[in-house]
Design a protein around this ligand. Structure first.
Ligand code: NBY
Length: 812
C-alpha cells in the first residue's frame, strides 16, 4: 500500500512484517520474552507473557501505522484532530490483536504453550483516562476513524493517575489512587523531540501596536504516542498524550544554592501537577485554577503541534481549513479558539477578524450535557491571572460579536456576571456545534443556545453517538460474534447494518437456540468471574438486570434500588407466586465529593446485604454491586445482561452509549424517552422496548407543580412501603436515620422525579417479568434488538462527522 521509500540506503518496505504463521508468531513471542522482557518460558510470570505478547502484537501494528502516516503526508491529506481531556481507552492488547486479525493465531500459539490467551490478556490494567461516556466516546471514535481510514490524531493528557479505584468498606465507597503507569506501558512511544513550551500567567504589554504576552511560568509538554489500529489492519492513527515536564528555567538554582531546597523545587512540582491526575468529576465543573491550567496545557500543546505540522509542508496559513479540522470534545478544550487566534495574530501577523474567521472554519464543538452544573465557566479574575492574553482576546471577541449583531438581549454574550461562559465561547469560535442525540440536539437549540442559534441557524447539527462493534461485540462477546459470522458471513464488523439480516432467522428454532446459547455462555462467564474475583455467587439461569454507569441522581440508580426493595417486599408477601428469579447488578463510581451519590451507593450495598441473606427470597432475588466498574468490567457485564436499565429523568441524559452496547448484545431496554433511548426505540420498534415515565416536556411541567414529590408518594402504596422500611432501619439496623438525607430529599424536593415516575417504572418492571416468562417472545425481542441496532455503530457517527462537520474524505 505504501510507496517504496529509501532512507539511509534502507528500503522501508523491507522492514514490514508479513502476516505471521502460527510458527512465526510463536518465534516472535519467544524472542520478545527472551530479548525484550529478559526471561525464559520456564520462569516467565503472567506479566512477562503479557509483555512479550504485547510487543509481538505491537510489532505488527507498526506497519499500518507507518504506512498510514506516510500516505497522509504523501497525499497531503486533511487531518482530524480530536481534542479531549479524556480518552477512556481501557485495555489495548486484545483490541489490537483483533483489529490486526491475529486473535486466532494468538489463541492457538498460547494453547500449544499450555497457556490461556484470555487469561494473559486479562492481566492488562485498564487505561482509565476518563470518567465515563464522554471519554469512552472519544475512544470509540478513535477506533472508528482508524477503521475507516480517516487521518486523525487524538490529543489528550497522559495522566499519571487515571480515574480512582473504588472499593467498598461497610458498603461505603472508598477511593484509592489509580497507578496504571507503575508497570511498563508497551503501547506508548515517548517522543522527546516533540515537546512544546506552554506558558501561564505573566503580563501583556503593548509594543508598537502589538500585544506581547510574557508568561511568568513555562512548562514543557512532551508527546507520548500510542498507535490506534483500525479493524482489518489497513490504517492506524495516533493517540498523542501530553506529559508535563518542568522546563529547565523552572528550577530556581539560586534559591537551591541558598539552601532553600523545598522552595527551589516548587515551580518544578507545580509543572508536574498538570498531568498528575484526572479530575474525577463527570457532570460537575468546579472553577479550579489547576483544572483551567490542565485544559490550557492540553490545548496549547496540541494547537502548536497542529500548526507546526501544517507549516512543515505548507506556507499559507489561510488555507489551514483545507487541511485541518479540530474537534473539541465538550468545552474542556474550548480555549482552542482564543489560542489559535492568538497564534495567528501575535505570531503570524494576521488581523483579528481574519484570525477569527479562519479559526472558526477549523473548529467544531460537541456538546455533551445540558446540566447547569456541568456548563463550564471561569471567573474573569482567574482568567486574567492564568491566561491574560486569552482574556483580552475573549473580550475582543465579545465586543466584535456585539458590534456585528447589534444590540443584544439581556444575558447574551461571552461574559456574564464576571464569568466567561465556555459554551458560548466554543459556539462563536466553531463552524459547527453538535449535540449527541436527536432529542439532545433539539434541547441544545431550544434551551442552551436559543439566541446564538437564531443568529447562526446553520451551525447546530445532530450527530447521534455510536459505539465500536469491534470492542463491544467481537472482543466482549466472542460467542455472539461467532454466531453473527456463521449466520451473516464476515463483514458485519465494519458494516453493522448487515445485522438486519438476522430478522430472516428470528423464527428459525435452531437460530433461536444458538442465540440463547450465546446469552447463557455469557452469563456463565460472568457468574464465574463474580465468584472468582468478587466472592459473589449468583444463579446462572436468572434474569440478569443491569445498571452500570456513573452514579448520578439524574441517572436514578436510586429509583432502581427502591424498586428492588418493593420487589423484595412483594416476594416475601407471596413467595409462591411464580416469580422470575432476578439478579440485580449495579456498577459505577461516584465523584468523591458527591455526597448524595455516595449515600445511594451505600444504600444499594446495604440493601444487597439484607436481601441476599434472606433465606425466603435468596433463590428469587440477588443484588450485586461489584466494586470498581471500568471498561474491562463492562466487557464482562454487558454480554450477560437480559435487561438494560436506561432510566434517567427525561431531558437529562444527553445520549447514553451504554444503552447502545446493551441492545447490540441482545439485552432489552427498560427506559425513558431520554437521549438516544428515543432513537433506539424507533429502531427496534416500540414492541421490543419497555418504555415508561414522563417525557422531557412533562418533566418540566411536573417540576412546577408544588409538592409533586409528596403527592406522588402519597398516591403510591409500593413507594410508601419502601420508604417506611428504609426509615425503620431495615437496611441499617440500629441506625434508622442513616438514610435521612435521601428520605428528606425524596419527600421534599425530588428534582429528578423518582417519586413521579416510580409507579410507571414499577408497572413496566412487572411487564418485564411477564414477558420473560414467555421465553420465545423474549428471545424474539432480543434478536430483533441486535438485528435493528446496527445504526448505533460509531462508524456511522464518524462518517457523519466526516461529511457534515470535518469535510474530509477517508483514505480507504
Ligand atoms: O457524554 C456524557 C453524557 O452524560 C452521556 O449522555 C453521553 O452519552 C456521553 C457521550 O456523548 N457526558 C459525560 O460523560 N461527561 C463527562 O464525562 C464530563 C467530564 C468532566 C466534566 C464534565 C462532564 N467536567 O466539567 O470536568
Amino acid at each position: 500500500m505504501s510507496e517504496s521509500l529509501e532512507v539511509h540506503g534502507v528500503d522501508l518496505d523491507d522492514l514490514t512484517l508479513p502476516e505471521p504463521t502460527p510458527e512465526q508468531f510463536r518465534r516472535s513471542l519467544l524472542h520478545h520474552l527472551q530479548y525484550t522482557v529478559g526471561t525464559d518460558p520456564e520462569h516467565a510470570s503472567k506479566f512477562d507473557w503479557r509483555m512479550a505478547l504485547s510487543y509481538t502484537i505491537r510489532d505488527r501494528a507498526l506497519e499500518p501505522w507507518f504506512s498510514a502516516t506516510r500516505r497522509t503526508w504523501n497525499e497531503d491529506r486533511k487531518r482530524v484532530y480530536y481534542l479531549s481531556m479524556e480518552f477512556l481507552i481501557g485495555r489495548l492488547l486484545e483490541d489490537a490483536t483483533i483489529n490486526l486479525g491475529l486473535r486466532d493465531v494468538a489463541v492457538e500459539v498460547f494453547d500449544r504453550l499450555g497457556l490461556d490467551f484470555a487469561d494473559i490478556a486479562d492481566d492488562e490494567p485498564d487505561a482509565a483516562l476518563g470518567n465515563g461516556g464522554l471519554g469512552r466516546l472519544a475512544a470509540c471514535y478513535l477506533e472508528s476513524m482508524a477503521t475507516l481510514g480517516c487521518p486523525a490524531y487524538g490529543y489528550g493528557i497522559r495522566y499519571e493517575h487515571g480515574l480512582f479505584k473504588q472499593r467498598f468498606e461497610g458498603g461505603r465507597q472508598v477511593e484509592a489512587p489509580e497507578d496504571w503507569l507503575v508497570t511498563d506501558n508497551p503501547w506508548s512511544f515517548t517522543r522527546p523531540e516533540s515537546a512544546y513550551p506552554v506558558g501561564f500567567r505573566g503580563e501583556v504589554v503593548e509594543q508598537d501596536g502589538r500585544q506581547v504576552w510574557t508568561p511568568q511560568l513555562q512548562v514543557l509538554a512532551e508527546a507520548h504516542d500510542t498507535p490506534v489500529v483500525g479493524y482489518g489492519r489497513q490504517w492506524a492513527n495516533t493517540l498523542r498524550l501530553w506529559a508535563a515536564k518542568p522546563s529547565a528555567d523552572l528550577f530556581d538554582l539560586e534559591r537551591f544554592n541558598a539552601g532553600d531546597f523545598t522552595a527551589a523545587a516548587e515551580p518544578e512540582a507545580w509543572a508536574r501537577t498538570l498531568s498528575r491526575v484526572l479530575y474525577p468529576n463527570d457532570t460537575t465543573s468546579r472553577g479550579k485554577e489547576l483544572r483551567l491550567s490542565q485544559e490550557y496545557f492540553l490545548t496549547s500543546a496540541s494547537v502548536q503541534d497542529i500548526v507546526r505540522r501544517y507549516l512543515e509542508t505548507h506556507d499559507d496559513l489561510r488555507r489551514l481549513p483545507e487541511y485541518v479540522a479540530i474537534q473539541m470534545n465538550d468545552t474542556h478544550p474550548a480555549i482552542a479558539g482564543p489560542e489559535l487566534i492568538r497564534l495567528l495574530v501575535d505570531d503570524h501577523g494576521f488581523g483579528f477578524d481574519a484570525a477569527v474567521d479562519l479559526s472558526t472554519q477549523v473548529l467544531g464543538y460537541t456538546n455533551h450535557t445540558l446540566l447547569p452544573e456541568a456548563l463550564e465557566h471561569w471567573s474573569v479574575g482567574l482568567m486574567r491571572k492564568v491566561l491574560p492574553r486569552h482574556l483580552q482576546i475573549i473580550e475582543q471577541l465579545d465586543r466584535r460579536d456585539a458590534e456585528l449583531h447589534g444590540p443584544r438581549p439581556e444575558g447574551v454574550g461571552l461574559i456574564l456576571d464576571d464569568q466567561v461562559k465556555m459554551g458560548d465561547l466554543a459556539f462563536v469560535t466553531s463552524h459547527k456545534i453538535n449535540g449527541v442525540s436527536a432529542l439532545h440536539t433539539d434541547l441544545v437549540r431550544r434551551d442552551l443556545f436559543p439566541a446564538l442559534d437564531s443568529l447562526h441557524p446553520d451551525r447546530i447539527v445532530n450527530v447521534t453517538n455510536g459505539v465500536t462493534p469491534r470492542r463491544w461485540i467481537a472482543l466482549a462477546n466472542p460467542p455472539l460474534a461467532q454466531l453473527l459470522t456463521d449466520t451473516l458471513g464476515s463483514g458485519w464488523e465494519t458494516d453493522l447494518e448487515r445485522l438486519r439480516g438476522l430478522e430472516d432467522h428470528v423464527d428459525d428454532p435452531a437460530f433461536r437456540e444458538a442465540f440463547g446459547a450465546t446469552k447463557r455462555q455469557a452469563k456463565e462467564r460472568l457468574a464465574g468471574w463474580l465468584a472468582d474475583h468478587h466472592g459473589i455467587e449468583v444463579p446462572k439461569d436468572a434474569l440478569y438486570d443491569v445498571q452500570v454507569k456513573r452514579l448520578h441522581e439524574y441517572k436514578r440508580q436510586l429509583m432502581n434500588i427502591l424498586w428492588t426493595i418493593a420487589h423484595w417486599q412483594r416476594i416475601k408477601r407471596d413467595p409462591g407466586a411464580g416469580w422470575v428469579p432476578r439478579v440485580k447488578i449495579f456498577g459505577g463510581k461516584a465523584a468523591p465529593s458527591y455526597d448524595m451519590a455516595k449515600d445511594i451507593i451505600r444504600l444499594i450495598n446495604d440493601v444487597a446485604a439484607v436481601v441476599n441473606a434472606d433465606p425466603e427470597t435468596r433463590d428469587l432475588l440477588q443484588v450485586v454491586y461489584p466494586a470498581n466498574y471500568n471498561v474491562s468490567m463492562a466487557e464482562k457485564l454487558i454480554p450477560a445482561a437480559d435487561l438494560s436499565e436506561q432510566i434517567s429523568t427525561a431531558g437529562m441524559e444527553a445520549s447514553g452509549t451504554g444503552n447502545m452496547k446493551f441492545a447490540l448484545n441482545g439485552a432489552l431496554t427498560i427506559g425513558t424517552l431520554d437521549g438516544a433511548n428515543v432513537e433506539i426505540r424507533e429502531h427496534v420498534g416500540a414492541d421490543n422496548f419497555f418504555l415508561f415515565g414522563l417525557t422531557a416536556d412533562e418533566v418540566t411541567a411536573r417540576r412546577n407543580e408544588p409538592d409533586h414529590a409528596r403527592t406522588a408518594i402519597e398516591k403510591s402504596q409500593a413507594m410508601r412501603d419502601v420508604l417506611q422500611a428504609i426509615a425503620e432501619g431495615t437496611f441499617s439496623p440500629g441506625e434508622p436515620n442513616r438514610y435521612g438525607g435521601i428520605l428528606d430529599m425524596l419527600w421534599n424536593s425530588d428534582w429528578f422525579l423518582v417519586a413521579s415516575d416510580f409507579d410507571s417504572y414499577d408497572e413496566t418492571q412487572q411487564a418485564v417479568d411477564r414477558t420473560y416468562l414467555d421465553h420465545e417472545r423474549w428471545q424474539r425481542m432480543a434478536i430483533l434488538n441486535v438485528a435493528r441496532t446496527g445504526y448505533f455503530s460509531s462508524d456511522r457517527s464518524v462518517r457523519e462527522y466526516m461529511s457534515h462537520i470535518w469535510n474530509i474524505t477517508p483514505a480507504l
